[in-house]
Design a protein around this ligand. Structure first.
Ligand SMILES: [Zn+2]
Length: 361
């Protein structure tokens, strides 16, 4: 990480029970300041998550006082912690309750997941994802959803005219893509320029992406791409691939409502990325959906390039496993012919969508 990020936080030093207001800086390490004085410095590798609730994220560090806790509630800072602390979710000691909690899905679902483990992971991910019962998909989706809201905030944008325009757009894409179930889609009030599809079919468009978008086609293409991930059940596929058996065992036997599997799932959704193949497939889905509506896919590619910049020559980072935006744009350009229909939203609807997060008046 190149920039140093700072925020206010609460700190318990683990020696006294006094809660201190501190300033924390995240750079090559996480440094804790009481006024001008640095009172502790944690290496990024040593930082571990204690828990994450809507009131904030509690952290500890290996090597620090055993009971020292840092509590941060700034979403951007929490996001940076997720992205920069590689060992955040590693659990060294089994301080968790050893009573295995039997989770709420059916024995049939459990049996099918266990059966697949014997086929070997992650090779089986492709074969497995379609077999995971939809109920489990939704359940995992809910867990990931709650973590998304811890990281990005839980404010949905609901300005009525904007919401109507957004739903019109989503429904049109859904029809064009021939999805068998309606995903629930919302705009999330977060300045991150992104969109995400969760297992179970929930799609979020982030306000930050709406802010930089210039036409409905740009947003339609991105939503078409996310619907492609839903259609192919890529969320579950990715969780299986990256989490492997530990993820599935965690789901079956672990403390699902606590930190274990849910946090692993959250980390995978937020940090790990879809494979290039999954991205390319979702792009193809988006191209097909846009053409089905008589519109072009190129604007989506242009939006991606606007957001990520030209990626060639950049060191691998957050988008490492993604195809380069400029390659995606080139593919979309090559696939497009000419628009044969009017934009999906008219000017007034587009204006309303752009303002969906702003209170009316
Ligand atoms: Zn994608």
């Amino acid at each position: 990480m190149t920039d140093i990020l700072e925020t206010d936080a609460a700190f318990f030093d683990g020696l006294t029970n006094r809660k201190r207001s501190v300033r924390v800086k995240l750079g090559a390490s996480l440094d804790i300041f009481d006024g001008e004085r640095r009172i502790d410095s944690w290496t990024l590798d040593s930082i571990r998550l204690v828990d994450a609730k809507s009131s904030g994220m509690r952290l500890r560090a290996n090597g620090a006082s055993e009971l020292a806790r840092l509590i941060v509630d700034d979403p951007a800072f929490i996001d940076a912690i997720y992205r920069n602390c590689p060992q955040l979710l590693v659990e060294e000691h089994s301080h968790k309750s050893s009573t295995a909690r039997i989770v709420g899905w059916s024995l049939a679902a459990a049996a099918s997941v266990l059966g697949v483990i014997f086929f070997g992971l992650p090779l089986a991910a492709d074969r497995l994802a379609p077999l995971v019962p939809a109920a489990l998909d939704r359940r995992v989706g809910e867990m990931v959803d709650s973590q998304v809201k811890v990281v990005f905030g839980d404010k949905l944008c609901t300005e009525p005219d904007g919401k109507a325009a957004f739903l019109k757009l989503v429904r049109a894409l859904e029809r064009s893509g021939g999805l068998d179930q309606s995903p629930s889609a919302d705009v999330l009030q977060s300045k991150t320029a992104n969109a995400i599809a969760l297992p179970g079919g929930r799609v979020y468009l982030f306000e930050g992406l709406l802010d930089v978008a210039q036409t409905p086609d740009e947003i339609a293409g991105v939503l078409g791409h996310e619907l492609g991930h839903v259609h192919h059940r890529d969320g579950m596929r990715m969780l299986i691939e990256s989490g492997g058996s530990s993820f599935l065992f965690g789901l079956l036997f672990g403390d699902v409502t606590g930190s274990g599997a849910a946090m692993l799932a959250a980390r995978l959704m937020l940090n790990a990325r879809y494979t290039r193949e999954a991205e390319t497939r979702a792009d193809e889905f988006a191209i097909g959906v846009m053409h089905g509506l008589g519109r072009l896919s190129q604007p989506m590619g242009e939006l991606l390039v606007r957001v990520t910049g030209n990626q060639r020559g950049q060191s691998p980072g957050i988008l490492a496993s993604h195809p380069f935006s400029e390659d995606r744009l080139a593919r979309m350009k090559a696939a497009d012919k000419a628009a044969t229909a009017l934009p999906i939203l008219d000017d007034a609807e587009w204006k309303a969508l752009k303002a969906i997060c702003k209170p009316a008046g």
